[in-house]
Design a binder for this molecule. Structure first.
Ligand code: GLA
Length: 768
């Protein structure tokens, strides 16, 4: 039993953590502990001692207890107007017109699994147990159900709140968060993922000082601020120290506030953003908040990440692809944009197949008058000029090449220049008295209207059922504007989840990739439907080290769409080696976003062998235990993925130092007593990249711009030195000094010819 209740004390245990609270004499829920697992936790030693009241406090009931002050208690929930002046998880206008409220213990029960939600996606409840504690306002028959679902194996507890109005009059909700939790201060730093388009998931760490830090979004979950938040206790590193993580199973406007009170308590509360939020709860109605996910680890940031990865993998992602290696795809977007015909697509698919791709994805531009991004969105009629045999014909031909077929949709949006908009201008979100604000020349369809939801479900489902489609990319390329009120944004999300459920729950065989101008909607709500999400339109591998590395704090590698594209890169103009582009994308749901004809023949050959190597390590990279290894050098980024049979290590160098002789490869998680073989995957060298340096190895002088060199560069490659060791796990974990890099003092076959932006991939297997 992971949940035990006795004498008013609620004990929630996961494999490595304990979460403890109790009811006070007045019925409030007092937080006692969230952290290290404690079997028989002693309440007396854990409780906040408050025999003497602080100066300048408001006492809850001075006569009954002259020391009981809500402001100074760590609480599981708090209201308004009774002496707690910290950020509140709830603001309600009750039938007396007042915001004062005071929710106290009413009853509790324990259920196995989860208690199903009516309107929003939630975790699966496999092996879980749920505690429901019901609170009631002291003056009105308004109930608050607090749900705690304990995932013992994953070290996760989820929380959510449901408000029930049993009064005869409406209750107005201005704010209702999913959870609130108070912890003793341990010198926390708050880590969030923030950024923008082609700049997703920067890890921002801010020290928590007295006052409040807020992480929020005002238009869906968004590039700007991901809903996930971590609290790092002072001195926590990648591998050690107490770290808490919080996330929401929700892709709407979100807010997480972390407040350090003047008396040293930290309150964290998260849920739907109260921004413009107003919801009138009629008599007899209930309102459910999104599920929040919490984890805690004493094993530093990696410990927190690994808990989240296991949880997301098992309890959030679902469908036939949940645990399956993701197909190597080739997407035609950067190869074609809107300019293509069936024949050119088939040529591209054939080239992809020759390289080793398994899935061909037709991106934007296949429907209506969609020849630029100013027209066609909202329509589903296939453009027969481009695709004379329709999607069905194209799909069959793609299948005939030995590839599965995938298709792009952007169902939530509409262009003014579309048949849909001409027929139903009232289906777009806009205000009658204002000029609508457009994003990428498009408006958002009003998913709160049942007719709009039916239109999308019917059209998308029809295509999925009549064409051989194995994969869908569901895009959403703008933020919301011109909305009615705060309730609207939440109703939109409820409508959105209904649409996704109706399309994808009956079709679990489809691999769904979410996308919102890249990683604009990377959240757990989306991952309840989409097995993977396009992490960013920025495919530059050096940028991706930051983006995928940032996302890895909270999300597993298998959920991150990651593709190899051309160099120089379309957004950064950076020239990166093909191997680096491959190696970074290998730690993701891998694909190609290029026309192989733009590569040289030798690059195509090399890429073909990289893809065949990839098939041998894909399962480990996507589903293995993922660790960010701190190399002590900010320019050397090392990731490790470990399965039962294999360890794969990516070691990327973003800035070369000429005099560097220390290049230590460290490995974690091996059995010290076993023997392993550690081999580096062959890293190719393309001759033109060396310019005049070729004089070091060639007997004749060749100018760097000569035709001979350019011709040779198309067909010939050299091999960089590939490291190989047979050593004990103890040795590999102690560290292996790698061979030195070229510094102009001579040439040896046992040296690396890799400069800035290079990458190495190591595969470690146990010797039999
Ligand atoms: C967005 C996506 C891209 C591509 C285009 C198509 O920008 O992020 O990957 O699908 O839309 O218009």
């Amino acid at each position: 039993m992971s949940i035990q209740v006795s004498d008013g004390v609620f004990r929630l245990h996961t494999a490595e953590t304990t979460y403890l609270f109790r009811t006070t004499a007045f019925g409030h829920l007092e937080s006692l502990h969230y952290g290290r697992r404690v079997e028989d936790a002693d309440v007396e030693s854990l409780r906040y001692k408050h025999e003497i009241p602080h100066g300048s406090t408001v006492l809850y009931d001075e006569k009954a207890d002259p020391s009981y002050c809500l402001e100074e208690l760590p609480l599981e929930w708090s209201g308004v107007g009774k002496g707690d002046f910290r950020v509140t998880p709830m603001e309600l206008r009750l039938p007396d017109g007042s915001f004062t409220c005071d929710f106290v213990y009413d009853s509790h029960r324990i259920e196995s699994g989860i208690v199903k939600m009516d309107t929003l996606p939630q975790s699966a409840g496999i092996g879980a147990e749920t505690l429901l504690v019901t609170l009631k306002d002291k003056a009105f028959t308004v109930y608050l159900d607090l749900y705690y679902t304990v995932y013992e194996a994953e070290n996760v507890i989820t929380r959510r709140a449901v408000l029930r109005n049993a009064e005869q009059a409406p209750v107005l909700l201005k704010r209702l968060m999913s959870y609130s939790l108070d912890l003793p201060d341990r010198g926390y730093t708050v880590a969030t993922l923030s950024g923008g388009w082609i700049n997703e998931a920067n890890v921002i760490e801010r020290k928590l000082e007295t006052g409040m830090l807020v992480n929020e979004s005002t238009s869906f979950s968004q590039h700007r601020h991901n809903p996930a938040v971590a609290l790092l206790s002072r001195g926590a590193t990648e591998d050690s120290g107490l770290v808490y993580g919080f996330n929401l199973v929700y892709g709407g406007n979100h807010q997480t506030s972390v407040e350090l009170s003047p008396t040293g308590l930290v309150r964290i509360t998260g849920g739907i953003n109260p921004y413009c939020f107003l919801w009138e709860l009629q008599p007899g109605e209930t309102f459910e908040t999104p599920e929040a996910v919490m984890t805690c680890s004493l094993g530093g940031k990696n410990g927190m990440s690994q808990n989240f990865h296991a949880f997301v993998q098992k309890q959030i992602v679902r469908g036939d692809w949940q645990n399956k290696e993701r197909p190597i795809l080739i997407n035609n977007w950067e190869a074609n944009f809107f300019q293509f015909r069936q024949n050119s697509l088939l040529r591209l698919a054939k080239r992809g197949k020759r390289l080793g791709c398994e899935l061909f994805v037709l991106d934007d531009g296949w429907f209506g008058a969609r020849n630029t991004d100013t027209a066609g969105l909202g329509d589903y009629t296939v453009n027969r000029k481009k695709l004379p045999e329709g999607l069905e014909g194209l799909g069959k031909r793609v299948n005939g090449l030995g590839l599965s077929f995938g298709l792009w949709f952007e169902p939530e949006n509409v262009n003014d220049d579309s048949d849909l908009y001409r027929a139903h201008p009232d289906w777009a979100i806009q205000r009658p008295n204002r000029t609508p604000a457009l994003g990428r020349h498009q408006k958002i369809l009003n998913l709160t209207l049942p007719a709009v939801r039916d239109y999308i479900v019917e059209n998308v489902s029809h295509i999925l059922d009549t064409c051989p489609i194995a994969y869908v990319k569901w895009d959403m390329n703008r933020k919301v504007s011109d909305f009615e009120d705060g309730a609207f944004l939440h109703r939109y999300m409820i409508g959105y989840y209904e649409v996704l459920s109706r399309i994808f729950r009956p079709r679990p065989q489809i691999l769904l990739e979410g996308c919102a101008s890249g990683g604009g909607r990377f959240d757990l709500g989306h991952l309840c439907f989409a097995q993977q999400i396009w992490a960013s339109d920025d495919t530059d591998p050096i940028e991706r080290l930051r983006i995928q590395g940032g996302l890895s704090l909270f999300y597993p590698v298998s959920t991150m769409g990651a593709h190899v594209s051309m160099a120089p890169h379309q957004q950064t103009l950076r020239h990166t080696p093909l191997f680096t582009r491959f190696a970074v994308a290998a730690f993701g749901a891998f694909g190609l976003e290029l026309d192989p004809m733009d590569l040289t023949p030798i690059e195509r050959k090399v890429l073909t062998s990289m893809l065949s190597e990839y098939r041998k390590i894909r399962k480990t990279c996507q589903f293995g235990t993922f660790t960010r290894v701190d190399t002590g050098n900010p320019y050397i980024i090392q990731w490790q993925a470990q399965s039962e049979t294999q360890t794969v290590i990516l070691r990327a160098k973003t800035l070369t130092k000429a005099a560097q002789v220390n290049d230590l490869l460290t490995v974690t998680g091996l059995d010290p007593h076993k023997t392993y073989t550690c081999r580096e995957i062959q890293n190719p060298l393309f001759v033109a990249g060396f310019g005049t340096l070729l004089k070091h190895i060639l007997p004749v002088k060749i100018r760097s711009y000569s035709h001979i060199l350019l011709a040779a560069n198309k067909r010939l490659k050299m091999d960089d030195y590939a490291e190989q060791y047979r050593a004990s796990g103890a040795q590999l974990m102690a560290g292996v000094q790698l061979h030195r890099s070229f510094i102009g003092t001579g040439y040896s076959e046992k040296m690396h010819m890799q400069g800035d932006d290079s990458a190495m991939l190591f595969v470690i297997t146990e010797d039999s």
